[in-house]
Design a protein around this ligand. Sequence first.
Ligand SMILES: NC(=O)c1ccc[n+]([C@@H]2O[C@H](COP(=O)([O-])OP(=O)(O)OC[C@H]3O[C@@H](n4cnc5c(N)ncnc54)[C@H](OP(=O)(O)O)[C@@H]3O)[C@@H](O)[C@H]2O)c1
Length: 318
Amino acid sequence: MQYIQLGKTDLIVSRICFGCWQLSPRFWGKVPLGPWRRAIDRAVELGVNFIDTAGAYGEGYAEECLGDYLKKRKLRDKFFIATKFYWNFKGKARYPETTYAFTISECEDSLRRLKTDRIDLFQIHAWDPLTRPEETAAALARLKQEGKIRWVGVSNLNVEQIAMYRQFIDVECHQPHYNLLAREPEEREFPYCLQHRIGVIPYSPLYRGLLTGKYARDQQFTDSRANYGLYTGRAFHRILDALDELKAIAKPLKLTVAQLAIRWVLTHPAVTSAIVGIKTPEHIESIVPAADAPLPAPTWHQTAEIMQKAREEAEAME
Ligand SMILES: NC(=O)c1ccc[n+]([C@@H]2O[C@H](COP(=O)([O-])OP(=O)(O)OC[C@H]3O[C@@H](n4cnc5c(N)ncnc54)[C@H](OP(=O)(O)O)[C@@H]3O)[C@@H](O)[C@H]2O)c1
């Protein structure tokens, strides 16, 4: 496993981060806990030391499952835990909130669910239109001072929004949506993060599994992916055709298409670690080899061009 410093922090993290969103039944249906727990064990054995979750995943369920298992197996110190706050799901309606009081109470709730005394990276999940950044930052500063969180990160923000928080608190990490089918962060967010030495941990590096190339042409998704354009009909088939082209690039490199997709993400110099959504030990075992030497530049560009063309054509078909 390769390790790398996360931004300017003292966290030396594995380049593969274990993503826990899969324990959100609303999006992923009922994911069996037995294989998921074995995946945690395998992750430790394979040297993965970075794990990403959120209060909102299953409305506390993902954090509870993680906290229970890490406590039972005495694995808390094997991982840097990144979690997020933002969604207020305590009432009937679910809505964004990053007020001072909510930020403090969400941290307390996450600590309780995770059964730990500290969160290594506490991330603002997305932009809250109704709270001034200095208010959220004041709460985060208090949590840092109390030792309840170690570092602050953000997710799903643009450069202006990150800069606004940075006026009031150090932001060490950004978590954007980035993969071969979604390259928007390359334009402004990545140069900004490179300039300010902010770590970058992209989510959905496999485009929620699509970039593994493992699905049959007649695959019917029963989870939330059934609602995404690129997962159905002609658009889905156009992407699968492009993934067949990637197989020819992956093979001489002795990579699977999934590994090529992850290595492609990790080759960008702004990227610290890729957060891969894991359900089974096989998922983590077969993705770890992706964290190796960067792709040669011609291969990186060729891969990008194939998928860019496929995305444009697929979107026109949706
Ligand atoms: N900040 C945010 O707003 C945000 C949003 C989304 C996700 N995230 C984080 O990022 C993580 C990853 O994102 P994601 O779950 O959307 O997408 P992803 O990592 O792109 O895809 C996950 C899916 O890929 C498949 N997969 C994973 N490893 C595999 C392997 N080795 N071989 C074959 N298939 C494999 C599985 O699909 P099957 O289920 O079909 O087997 C899995 O459910 C999440 O768990 C979460 O921690 C953050």
